[in-house]
Design a protein. Structure first.
Length: 201
């Protein structure tokens, strides 16, 4: 075995780090794993890759996979996220996507849509399963209709020869609340990844 990365102990260690760091943003996770591989290769360059004692020493110096993951998660601005129940996650995601259909309801729809977005952002912020970075991005997307909707309305009024029509208002509401769909997608993907990591840990 010429490549130390192919040693079963190294592969198991890196696989465990990959599982525990599932909540990290993917670029940061890839960077961390690449750094670990490089460190292991350099540390074992002068050793016989079949020397299990040497491999164990290098891995012990790195620290346990959970400790490495916790340190990386702390750097991202939070403690280890813990998965919530599927039901609680589903309710949060319902509030996140609710603004879009509500924007089709005349008169009372937009205020109700904004209220649903605020509730979704509040539930996300109180959640234990998303990192601080994910919470900030989701809150920004969920509350963006406050700015995006008026701008879309102005654009609709400028484009239309009749000014701001009822159709233009409706279109502005739909465009304004579309970022909520992106937030819901990102949150759902992150929650599923965390849940899978917890199952395989």
């Amino acid at each position: 075995m010429n490549n130390p990365i192919e040693h079963p102990l190294v592969r198991a260690h890196l696989a465990a780090v990959a599982r525990y760091t599932a909540p990290l943003p993917e670029p940061r996770r890839r960077e961390l794993l690449a750094d670990l591989r490089e460190h292991i290769e350099v540390s074992l360059a002068e050793c016989d890759p079949a020397d299990e004692a040497a491999v164990r020493r290098v891995l012990e110096q790195l620290g346990s996979p959970r400790r490495i993951a916790d340190a990386a998660l702390d750097e991202e601005g939070g403690t280890r996220p813990e998965p919530e129940s599927r039901g609680r996650t589903a309710r949060t995601l319902v509030f996140a996507v609710l603004p879009v259909p509500l924007s089709f309801v005349p008169a009372i729809g937009p205020p109700l849509a904004l209220a649903a977005a605020v509730i979704a952002a509040s539930r996300v912020w109180r959640s234990t399963q998303w990192s601080r970075r994910e919470k900030r991005l989701a809150a920004l997307l969920l509350l963006s209709p406050v700015l995006v909707t008026p701008l879309a309305g102005i654009a609709a009024a400028v484009v239309s020869p009749f000014g701001l029509t009822a159709t233009g208002v409706l279109a502005a509401c739909v465009v304004g609340f579309c970022p909520a769909l992106l937030a819901a997608f990102l949150l759902a993907r992150s929650a599923a990844r965390l849940r899978n990591a917890a199952l395989t840990a």
